[in-house]
Design a protein around this ligand. Structure first.
Ligand code: SF4
Length: 418
């Protein structure tokens, strides 16, 4: 198997599918397309029946990376009908898609430490790697197993890996805006280990980035805007979000910023700019120019979906529904954008909408992300304008089902919408 950023296929390492796209196309269409979404597209992304209008963001749902990963998983099943097929974690963060793969006999490997438990895998087996990628340690274990590996890591994720690898090669600590526990960020962070002394630090949001900025300013003898953490408190705060051996007194001297591809783009850009400014305040502009780098590694699909929802929010809307897995980072970013402007309901699946009881179960868009319910949910009379969007891992049939349920609560038979 080539290294984790190579795209060279071998018999046991497959990155470009098996040429069976045509053979699996009908199954994919049956499993994931949705009539109401097709109709929304055909009607300029709006369906109006009586007093009820549903408007769909112009970019939504499956992204190119997810389409490819799901396609390759189906191709793999078709190619190896008799072999045991494993998946390192979830192919994408959507419960419906993962369930379909389970029904096809794909076995999901459990998480273990920073990677997955490959103990059940034998050389004659096949292992599919998800769109988020896996760590370089996972690649090493799989190479030793000698099984067939179908690598669906998205090209946009590979671009981030290259960036982080270059930071490590050049002696920069990678400051990654992401979630330290997310599969993609774990895989991205592991790239620093290609160079013995490579270091990383993951910050979840601007608040955590400010802790880093304050520390580096104080360390350089400056006066940061806020009281900095002590070294011990800093290490404790980032204990699970930093590389082994990370020392803030040493490893904040040279910083390269990157991001998990699905974060809120606006916040990622702000963090990159603010850290550069903090370094300039701490050590001067010339030092910053030589020892600070930042690249926006938000993927274009994430950016397009965030831009489209911002455009949709300029319309008069009473509420937004955002469909996508509760562990889907890009869905969470979309829901956060919507919640700034209108009441927003992030639902993992259309089943969360109870038509008969006019209720909804959703994930709160606050710090704690608890699940909550609302009943009654929608007014059953009067004008109602609902906006809808979906994360990059949500199939169209699930979006269409959510639209159908919204209309049904409003007394409109979705089957009659043509
Ligand atoms: S969200 Fe972006 S990085 Fe992730 S799979 Fe889709 S296109 Fe690739």
């Amino acid at each position: 198997m080539p290294d984790s950023t190579s795209t060279t296929p071998t018999d046991s390492y497959v990155r470009k599918g098996f040429g069976l796209k045509a053979e699996v196309q009908d199954t994919l269409a049956a499993d994931y397309t949705g009539h109401l979404v097709d109709l929304l597209r055909a009607r300029e992304y709006a369906l109006e029946v009586g007093d009820t209008t549903v408007r769909l963001a112009r970019e939504f749902g499956f992204c190119y990376g997810v389409e490819r990963a799901v396609d390759y998983a189906y191709q793999t099943r078709r190619k190896f009908p008799e072999r045991r097929i494993f998946l390192a974690g979830e192919i994408i963060h959507n419960p419906h898609v993962n369930e379909k793969l389970r029904e096809m006999g794909v076995v999901f490997l459990a998480a273990s430490g920073k990677g997955f438990d490959y103990a059940p895998v034998r050389p004659e087996d096949v292992v599919i790697l998800p769109a988020f990628g896996v760590t370089i340690q996972d690649f090493q274990v799989l190479r030793e197993r000698g099984c067939v590996v179908v690598d669906t890591t998205c090209g946009s994720v590979l671009n981030v890996w290259k960036r982080v690898e270059a930071y490590a090669r050049d002696g920069f600590t990678s400051l990654i805006h992401g979630k330290y526990y997310h599969e993609e960020t774990r895989a991205t962070a592991s790239q620093v280990e290609k160079y013995g002394a490579g270091q990383y630090l993951v910050v979840r949001d601007m608040g955590e980035a400010e802790l880093v900025m304050d520390y580096l300013e104080a360390q350089a003898g400056g006066t940061p805007p806020r009281a900095p953490l002590s070294r011990a408190a800093f290490l404790e705060k980032f204990a699970v979000a930093a590389s082994d051996g990370f020392d803030p007194d040493v490893h904040l001297a040279r910083i390269g910023v990157a991001n998990q591809t699905t974060m809120l783009a606006r916040e990622s850009l702000a963090i990159g700019a603010a850290v550069g400014e903090a370094m300039a305040r701490a050590r001067g502009a010339a030092y910053r120019d030589a020892n600070f780098r930042t690249f926006d590694t938000i993927c274009s699909a994430t950016q397009d979906r965030q831009d489209a929802v911002a455009e949709l929010l300029r319309e008069p809307l009473d509420l937004m529904v955002v469909v996508g897995g509760y562990n889907s980072s890009n869905t969470i970013s979309l829901a956060a954008l919507c919640a700034e402007q209108v009441p927003t309901y992030h639902i993992a699946d259309p089943d969360e909408i109870d038509v008969d009881g006019n209720g909804v179960r959703y994930r709160r868009i606050d710090k704690h992300h608890h699940e909550d319910t609302m009943q009654p949910w929608l007014p059953t009379a009067g004008v109602l304008r609902v906006g809808i969007t979906a994360g990059a891992s949500t199939p169209n049939n699930k979006i269409g089902d959510a639209v159908a349920r919204i209309f049904a609560i409003r007394g409109v038979d979705p089957a009659g919408i043509r």
